[in-house]
Design a protein around this ligand. Sequence first.
Ligand code: BES
Ligand code: MN
Ligand code: ZN
Length: 511
Amino acid sequence: MDFSIKSFDTKNPAGALKTGCLVLGTFEDGKLSDAAQQVDRKGELSAAVKSGDISGKPGSTLLLRGNGGPAERILLVGLGKQDTVSEKNFTSAMQAVARVLASLGGGDAVIALPFEQVRERDLFWAIRTSVLAVREHAYRFDAMKSKKEPATQGVKKIAFAVSVPSAAPAKAALVEGVAMANGMDLTRDLGNLPPNVCTPTYLAQTAKKLAREYGMGIEVLDRKQMQALKMGSFLSVTHGTVEPPKFIVLKHDGGKAKEAPVVLVGKGITFDSGGISLKPGGSMDEMKYDMCGAASVLGTMRAIGELELKLNVICVIPSTENMPSGSATKPGDVVTSMSGQTIEILNTDAEGRLILCDALTYAERFKPAAVVDIATLTGACITALGHHNSGLFTRHDDAHDALANELLAAGRASGDTAWRLPIEDSYQEQLKSNFADMANIGGPAAGSITAACFLERYTRKYTWAHLDIAGTAWKSGAAKGATGRPVPLLTTFLIQRAQVQSLTGKGKKAA
Ligand code: BES
Ligand code: MN
Ligand code: ZN
């Protein structure tokens, strides 16, 4: 997909642009957008609206052959009520446009929607949202099919028509949107690949490729090196698998040398059978998606690499399969984590926290400005928040409230939202063990919170947040597939950090 910006002014209005398809907005009260009014030379657009061919409801569309102007076709799209184009209505409209353009003849389109009229959002937001909507519809995964789907028809070149003074911010939004979409595509591909292809070794190779492409630092530790680091908790999850585990560290040094990095830790279980606490068979294939935390972190690294973001970011990925075997960890086993804390493993299916806790301890060495872990951690998070919001957890003090608010705002700005849940001492008590410092499960109640409480015990040396993406990383059913979330949230969060950093020059290493 090739995106560009075309600017218009009174002498060269949007309607004068030659194109295969001109996309224009209309409202629910029967009014055409300004650009549509200019194009409506013979009144056929207003006639179409008047006759009820298009309702103007958000996402309604009407495709017309050209009206004698320079556009071969005109696509009218409904934006809802005029004085309040809400974020939601604009997004539905753009999704509808993306759907129509994906199956249209004719090589190119010009989108001339009122990007500056979205309530509480600006043109930058509208352009970026539009790019993401188009790319979401253009995504295909046929890597494993013997016969590839024929290169679909549909528009391959899209220009956004904006006023001359808006051209510069529109271009910047486009660059950001494309980088984010490229990152999401990588995340979706890694998630959708079968678990016999996307192994820990494959994730490590992907990280190495990113390192080469964007000049990042890379280190991949093998089992021996993990043993030397005493990662007894992570290693306990690897005992049942024949696939070699990998511990991946990828570094983007975009900021000043002395600036403390943001560390992203991604859960990389390339297949979660549950281990000896075996999962039931139904939908077990979907546990190939248990590496979506790792995939989202790699996708985010791709996005910020492409943007050459001026921020130090380190990604840490503990990766293994979780399998049953004669050598696998058993319920009742007690292991010693890298932090020295001991863990009684009461359920081998609560393996995510076991690999993450050692990665979180490892992250201490970077003296991070903040650490965010991203994990498909608990089925309970789907029960709590469904498939709309990722679960967000931090401690509850001023520094952590600030980090939580940054992440929540990044989620809202990118349409990739999260919802905060509590971490409290009363939940910590559920992790008591008679035989070790803690158990790896906290009983059936509040499963996502006790999982976060477990991780919290390994993050007390820095500012930390945890994102549970069990409900948001992939879709089940007919539309089964990875979503690319939370790449938009994470990328937006990092971009905003880089902007603050450049304004204040802050972010020196913590003492
Ligand atoms: N990867 C799963 C969590 C999961 C399950 C995500 C289903 C999305 C859909 C995780 O490793 C797991 O198995 N968690 C257990 C924890 C329990 C044993 C305390 C769970 O959620 O059932
Ligand atoms: Mn599990
Ligand atoms: Zn898991």
